[in-house]
Design a protein around this ligand. Structure first.
Ligand code: ADP
Length: 176
């Protein structure tokens, strides 16, 4: 049985930025900015469930019936099928809600790191992230982009693609 093995030394993930819709990405994993219920919401979450079809929600309900009875905690990540999407898996993670009084950046880092860890466990090679927490959770985009970009350094995959939905968010992420 052939064993594929990557040289762990000097093996750096490509990081790219695209303006677009994450539901259309042809990658192994797309990351969902979910909420802790795992049962759907607005923004990216709504789009993923709408385009991916009922199979994703069914898988989320199973998670809630099993190990994730209390929902998914902020910063954690868990995989499901990607249903009808072109990706193979959706990795759901819950971003922190922005706070002006409390520094929650470690939780935003955790989202990215845990999503990458789950992707690596699935032997995924390519992964797409949205701008987690910058929508309904109101995190300022410049700050979120700095945290997200730092969090995917040394990612255990070949390609990390940030998929940004509007020009302002794209500019924040893609700036040199
Ligand atoms: P959160 O609750 O973590 O803030 P949102 O889904 O509300 O998550 O927003 C996160 C980011 O994803 C925002 O920048 C939003 O504009 C963007 N977004 C919304 N829909 C899509 C989509 N289909 N593809 C990529 N990004 C999207």
């Amino acid at each position: 049985r052939p064993v594929r093995c990557r040289d762990p030394i000097g093996d750096v993930a490509t990081i790219e930025y695209v303006l677009g819709d994450i539901t259309e990405q042809e990658v192994d994993v797309i990351v969902n900015a979910a909420n802790s219920s795992l049962l759907g919401g607005g923004g990216v979450d709504g789009a993923i469930h709408r385009k991916g079809g009922p199979e994703i929600l069914a898988a989320c309900r199973e998670l809630r019936a099993g190990h994730y009875g209390g929902g998914l905690k902020t910063g954690q990540a868990v995989a499901t099928t990607a249903g009808r999407l072109r990706a193979r898996w959706v990795v759901h993670t819950v971003g922190p809600v922005w706070s002006a009084t409390e520094d929650r950046s470690q939780l935003l880092t955790d989202c990215h790191r845990n999503a990458l860890r789950v992707a690596a466990e699935l032997q995924a090679r390519t992964i797409a992230f949205p701008a987690i927490s910058t929508g309904i959770y109101r995190w300022p985009v410049e700050d979120a982009s700095r945290i997200a970009r730092a969090a995917v350094q040394n990612a255990p995959v070949e390609l990390v693609r940030f998929v940004l939905f509007d020009q302002r968010t794209y500019d924040a992420f893609a700036r040199p």
